[in-house]
Write a protein of this length. Structure first.
Ligand code: ASP
Length: 225
């Protein structure tokens, strides 16, 4: 929808789409033999699964619409610009460890303002923006997806914990630093197999919250909180 807007006015409104994308991802995991589905096949699968569909009004927010208009007025179609310092990431992610030792990660995003029609970001790419492995950790990322895909950030963090014995914080900080070196900005939330949790980001802030079994509950926005 975004790129069509870049090319000219929409001739027709897009059809309804899955209202809760993580419910669809879960249905793919539990009710299909696959790991990832995309485009119209995923939409069909969602309808077959009886998941709630919502029209474009549900997905419209004035803030994001204004952001797109601002982007278009500056005629910024250069991909390197998408990860610019003034870009505010809007992905929502969660990681969890249950009482049986199962780790899970979920990430939901509208992608990046000004992206090309058909662009796939890191959020649905298993190992890039989302990953969970009971032997290591669960990770959900937000940020300039192109860098998170190149670096395989979520898998890389789990691999460091698994093979180097690093803590979630050490692994997350190391991989975030490497991602920053490549030019990408963003952040990750991580929970390890023993319930140890961490977050790491190289943006000025990242909305986040923690609820742990030792009754630790906290929220934060900026880096020094
Ligand atoms: N990671 C998302 C993407 O690249 C953007 C975001 O985190 O807001 O699609």
């Amino acid at each position: 929808m975004v790129a069509r807007a870049m090319q000219g006015p929409l001739l027709a409104l897009p059809p309804p789409a899955t209202r809760h994308p993580i419910s669809l991802a879960r249905a793919v995991m539990e009710d299909s033999p696959h790991v990832m589905m995309a485009a119209s096949g995923a939409d069909e699968f969602s309808i077959e699964q009886g998941l709630e569909q919502a029209g474009p009004d549900w997905f419209h927010t004035q803030e994001r619409f204004d952001q797109l208009q601002q982007f278009l007025s500056r005629n910024r179609a250069d991909a390197s610009d998408l990860a610019g310092a003034d870009y505010k990431f809007g992905t929502v992610g969660a990681v969890a460890l249950d009482m049986e030792g199962n780790l899970a990660a979920g990430t939901s995003t509208g992608g990046m303002t000004g992206k090309l029609y058909g662009r796939v970001g890191d959020s649905p790419v298993i190992g890039a923006g989302t990953y969970a492995d009971n032997r290591a950790c669960a990770v959900s990322a937000t940020g300039a997806g192109e860098y998170y895909i190149r670096e395989g950030v979520a898998h890389e963090i789990c691999a460091r914990i698994r093979f180097l014995g690093e803590s979630p914080q050490e692994a997350a900080d190391f991989v975030q630093a490497e991602t920053l070196e490549m030019g990408g900005s963003g952040g990750v939330i991580v929970v390890g197999a023993d319930g140890d949790w961490a977050y790491s980001f190289n943006t000025p802030g990242m909305y986040r919250g923690v609820a742990a079994r030792d009754s630790h509950v906290s929220v934060g926005i900026y880096g020094d909180e």
